[in-house]
Design a protein around this ligand. Structure first.
Ligand SMILES: [Zn+2]
Length: 120
């Protein structure tokens, strides 16, 4: 084999390698996008927000608010419904699987909810 043929072979080989890498990059990017989509769908915070904004979430909040006597579950102060927060007793950061578990939810005032948020 002459040097000329070797050069031709090498060039072809690297071109194939380069194209292969591009295809691989594209496939990886696509799979990363799919992974992110799945993660977003199952992200506990987003799962909770979807539930909270749904009609069943809103109905639950009103009911729980009445059950607690329109008071904060932590400090006991009266809260107008529109200023009440849904608080995770076991914080989302520690128990993401309880994001939408009703037993893990309580109504609190904004102050208590934010104070808790700082700790977690
Ligand atoms: Zn409070």
């Amino acid at each position: 084999m002459s040097d000329g043929l070797d050069d031709k072979f090498d060039a072809h080989f690297f071109l194939e390698l380069f194209e292969g890498k591009n295809r691989l990059d594209k496939a990886l990017k696509k799979s990363r996008n799919i992974t992110n989509k799945i993660k977003r769908k199952h992200d506990p915070r987003q799962r909770f927000n979807r539930w909270r904004d749904s009609s069943s979430g809103k109905a639950w909040k009103r009911k729980k608010y009445e059950q607690q006597g329109k008071c904060c579950a932590i400090c006991g102060c009266f809260i107008p419904l529109k200023y009440s927060h849904i608080d995770h007793i076991q914080p989302l950061s520690k128990a993401p699987e309880l994001a939408c578990t009703l037993e893990n939810l309580q109504i609190t005032c904004a102050d208590c909810n934010e104070r808790k948020g700082d700790r977690t």
